[in-house]
Design a binder for this molecule. Structure first.
Ligand code: G16
Length: 544
């Protein structure tokens, strides 16, 4: 088959964000846009020539077309073998697992995660390294540099490939192996969790759950796990048929977008556990009857209970959280006498710590948690962790959470998002607050005294690399914090995230209203940022 060399010109906007390149579908559909980025990956990651690649996506609009282009370009760029999920589908955690299982050189994952899909929605592409995790910054910077100097790309001149049947296909000199996207992942979960115990819970007559796949990738995974392997009820699965546009919904498992299961657990009508995952299956939200488990608390509770789970029975060596994530897990680490690392936002920063065996569990406030079983966050893994825990402890979710607070104290924690902002104004706001940081320590805001203020920088303890400007931290006495940063995953304008946290060790305070506890800090943040004056906004768009 003939390899075509196509002349092209650089696009200036292909710098990967927090998690790969995310843009509107219409941007990716421009002639050469996807091709330029994919060629930049092959130009930057030279070991892909002669190597093995895993390719798959979350099934959103443009997934099918993009996979065809990428396969033809992989063949033209000398890749020797590709593993691809049937129909071009792979959840992000399943892709990470396959990269590791098949010792692939890397993977190309097509997803814009929790962002909306459809012809007017978002699309995304990211490169994962041989460890199965998002490429480190040195690699994403190299890809970006190649995208700025690109002048040609290479593509095999051939028809579309049938990806809807398992089996082998030869494309030029490249072998494509089309495989079931679900099976390997389910086997991995069976190694970690006690399926018999969860089966027992499901059949106890006392258990009634819902899982909301939000019309996205996890539907078939959830059916195989919860129904076929664990004996659960098909009625427990909501929105489990994947749609290219997520049925017009926003596949983001939070209190706003996963409201269906929020109301099912709020009313105490018999559903005692509910969970949701996002577009590509790496996020999770956990709910019990009358109890939303904040993702930061979820990570802390997992760390404190890991010894109950088969896969972590030998104990955990360390944990990590992203800087804006609440410090609930720090309390657990200190009680267990294990290390706790604070990294910048972005799963890629956990990779070295996991590879070096310094940590076994990690998580983020942005509804992500996972362990050393793969190098991505993993939504269904988190749901199974909670189910396994419920099966062992036979307590309600709410009781497990309250007991945890009694032992470790409660970190009241809320994130306020201001979306669709003018990028320049949002950047100016952050720059203004940054310039105020040196003068803040010692200042009092009502009962709160600032004890430290900085722009978070991280030195990776494994490779020594330094990452700067990762979020503004204003730290108060009594373990309260305000964090400010701009999101790196949006596709239009800017999103300002304000993270608010206070801590109460006294159990008498644990039942206080979360938002009332946080309000004084929200007022201080508004005062310091002058956001009403600068942005013309007084209330956040999303509160999680
Ligand atoms: C990605 C990253 C996460 C990050 C999240 C939010 O998640 O993998 O590490 O916490 O974005 O990032 P930001 O605050 O910059 O928007 P996902 O699920 O979108 O791939």
């Amino acid at each position: 088959m003939k390899i075509n060399t196509v002349i092209t010109h650089p696009f200036k906007d292909q710098r990967p964000g927090t998690s790969g390149l995310r843009k509107l579908v219409t941007v990716f559909q421009q002639p050469n846009y996807l091709e330029n980025f994919v060629q930049s990956i092959f130009d930057a990651v030279t070991e892909l020539r002669g190597g093995t690649l895993v390719i798959g996506g979350d099934g959103r609009y443009y997934n099918r077309e993009a996979i065809q282009i990428i396969l033809r370009m992989a063949a033209a760029n000398g890749v020797s073998k590709v593993w691809v999920g049937r129909g071009g589908l792979l959840s992000t955690p399943a892709a990470s697992h396959l990269i590791r299982k098949h010792n692939a050189s890397g993977g190309i994952i097509l997803s814009a995660s929790h962002n909306p899909g459809g012809p007017h929605g978002d699309f995304g592409i990211k490169y994962n390294a041989a460890n199965g995790g998002p490429a480190p910054e040195a690699v994403t910077n190299a890809i970006y540099a190649k995208s700025l100097e690109i002048y040609r790309y290479q593509i095999l001149d051939t028809q579309n490939i049938n990806l809807d049947q398992d089996g082998q296909i030869v494309l030029g000199e490249m072998l494509i192996e089309v495989l079931d996207p679900v099976q390997d992942y389910v086997e991995l979960m069976e190694h970690i969790f006690d399926f018999d115990a969860i089966h027992g819970l499901f059949n106890s007559g006392m258990f009634n759950m819902r899982f909301d796949a939000m019309h996205a990738i996890t539907g078939p995974y959830a059916e195989e796990l919860f129904v076929n392997h664990l004996g659960g009820n098909l009625d427990w699965l909501l929105n489990c048929v994947p749609q290219t546009d997520f049925n017009g919904c926003h596949p983001d498992p939070n209190l706003i977008h996963a409201h269906e299961i929020v109301s099912l657990t709020a009313n105490g009508d018999g559903v005692n556990f509910a969970a949701a995952s996002d577009g590509d299956g790496d996020r999770n939200m956990i709910l019990g009857r009358g109890m939303f488990v904040n993702p930061s608390d979820s990570l802390a509770i997992m760390a404190a209970n890991a010894h109950h789970i088969k896969g972590y029975r030998d104990g955990i060596k360390g944990v990590a959280r992203s800087m804006p994530t609440s410090r609930a897990v720090d309390k657990v680490a200190s009680a267990l006498g294990i290390d706790c690392y604070e990294t910048p936002t972005g799963w890629k920063y956990f990779g070295n710590l996991l590879d070096a065996g310094r940590i076994n569990l990690c998580g983020e406030e942005s509804f992500g948690s996972s362990s050393d079983h793969i190098r991505e966050k993993d939504g269904l893994w988190a749901v199974l962790f909670w189910l396994n825990l419920l099966a062992v402890r036979r307590q309600s979710v709410a009781n497990i959470v309250r007991e945890h607070w009694r032992r470790f104290g409660r970190n009241f924690y809320v994130r306020h998002d201001y979306e669709g902002l003018d990028l320049n104004i949002a950047q100016e706001l952050v720059a203004t607050v940054r310039s105020m940081l040196p003068s803040l320590p010692g200042q009092n805001f009502g009962p709160y005294q600032v004890v430290a203020a900085d722009d978070f920088a991280y030195q990776d303890p494994v490779d020594g690399s330094v990452t700067e400007k990762q979020g503004l931290r204003i730290i108060f006495a009594d373990e309260a914090r305000i964090i400010l940063r701009l999101s790196g995953t949006g596709t239009v304008g800017a999103t300002l995230r304000i993270y608010l946290e206070t801590y109460a060790s006294d159990p008498k305070r644990h039942a206080q209203d979360l938002h009332a506890e946080i309000q004084p800090l929200a007022d201080i943040a508004r005062h310091i940022t002058q956001l009403q004056q600068l942005l013309g906004r007084s209330t956040p768009d999303i509160i999680t």
